[in-house]
Design a protein around this ligand. Structure first.
Ligand SMILES: Cc1cc2nc3c(=O)[nH]c(=O)nc-3n(C[C@H](O)[C@H](O)[C@H](O)COP(=O)(O)O)c2cc1C
Length: 200
């Protein structure tokens, strides 16, 4: 039988804003480095800025215009979403990118990083995303990473100024890994109408 403790997990990050001078990119890049230190994880960043969405066309009907994203999510065991809080919600472009796919997300994990200028660290945007990802079939972890007052958390080059985040990222990743392993075992061992079991 396959040893799920030894199998590597593919957990891509999606950075959910294309705003010029966005601070969320610092959180995404720093977390990427933390994830790359973990031998259990393979990862990469997808950037909302790289998705050139058409004037006409939306959702799964146009997913084949974004094969790199489509194939990564098919292969993924879970996702990390890094999102700023914009008027207590998530950026429209993040929703547009997530809406490109649907069945590819089912029974996979998702962990959230909230970024805000204000004192709540994206708590409200994460609450909004939890409701939304349920419809995608994703299972949310409960260990979020929050960057309140993000303008004080990184220097102008993106170096992290508060080392407490290293331990927080550890807890965040431990939970994501646990959830992703459980769901990977489930996808590969328990029949579901939403996905095929792998061939013997
Ligand atoms: C359209 C818009 C709405 C925003 N709404 C909020 C908000 O509701 N709460 C908050 O704390 N910060 C808000 N901000 C500030 C962002 O959280 C801030 O820019 C922070 O750096 C994270 O976003 P960024 O990655 O775009 O820099 C808003 C920014 C924009 C551009």
């Amino acid at each position: 039988m396959k040893n799920y403790l030894e199998s590597k997990l593919f957990l891509p990050i999606i950075l959910g804003t294309n705003r010029k001078d966005r601070k969320s990119v610092f959180a995404a890049k720093w977390l990427l480095e933390e994830m790359e230190k973990r031998s259990e994880i393979e990862t990469r960043v997808f950037d909302a800025r790289d998705f050139v969405l058409p004037q006409e066309g939306y959702g799964t009907a146009i997913k084949d215009q974004f094969p790199e994203w489509r194939d990564a999510v098919i292969r993924a065991d879970g996702l990390v979403v890094v999102s700023p809080e914009y008027n207590h919600g998530y950026p429209g472009i993040l929703k547009s990118v997530l809406d490109l796919l649907l069945k590819e997300y089912i029974h996979k994990s998702v962990a959230f990083v909230g970024v805000s200028a204000g004192p709540w660290g994206g708590t409200r945007v994460i609450e909004a995303m939890v409701q939304m990802v349920r419809e995608l079939g994703l299972s949310a972890t409960f260990t979020d990473l929050n960057f309140p007052s993000v303008q004080d958390k990184f220097d102008q080059h993106g170096a992290l100024l508060d080392q407490a985040y290293t331990r927080r990222a550890g807890d965040f990743l431990d939970e994501l890994i646990w959830m992703s392993r459980v769901l990977k075992w489930g996808r590969e061992n328990l029949p579901s109408k939403y996905h095929e079991l792998p061939a013997e």
